[in-house]
Design a protein around this ligand. Structure first.
Ligand SMILES: [Zn+2]
Length: 126
């Protein structure tokens, strides 16, 4: 999908734009969805694609909303060696916006820990 960066910039807050389109990171424990435990679907703030279900969410203690699995096909994993460390970046498969990173130290049977920026998500409550 084509993104008009100027329109998007007008629609998002400066912090949202920085995280989603310039691979920024929100401050830990700052996100409004961190302690939101309502049931529903977490969607991409830019294109609205469903990314995570609330039942995959867990408290990782990191200060960012964390999930143990993504909705199939909704995120793309990409090697990220910036910042002097090896991580796996996750982006929305539809609009390619930056979402966060995925780690393999998850505490649940999937072994995955998707670490999200709250500002990248909208929660659609069931
Ligand atoms: Zn998207």
């Amino acid at each position: 999908m084509d993104i008009n960066e100027q329109e998007l910039k007008a629609k998002l807050t400066p912090e949202e734009y920085k995280v989603l389109r310039e691979k920024g990171t929100e401050a830990p424990f700052s996100g409004k969805l961190l302690h939101d435990d309502r049931d529903g679907m977490y969607k991409c703030k830019v294109c609205g694609q469903g990314l995570f279900m609330s039942d995959a969410k867990f408290d990782s203690g990191t200060g960012w909303p964390s999930f143990d699995q993504a909705i199939a096909g909704s995120v793309i994993e990409k090697s990220d060696d910036e910042m002097g460390m090896h991580r796996t970046e996750i982006t929305c498969s539809k609009c390619r916006s930056h979402l966060g990173h995925v780690f393999t130290d998850g505490p649940t049977p999937t072994g995955k820990r998707y670490c999200l920026n709250s500002v990248c998500l909208d929660l659609e409550v069931k």
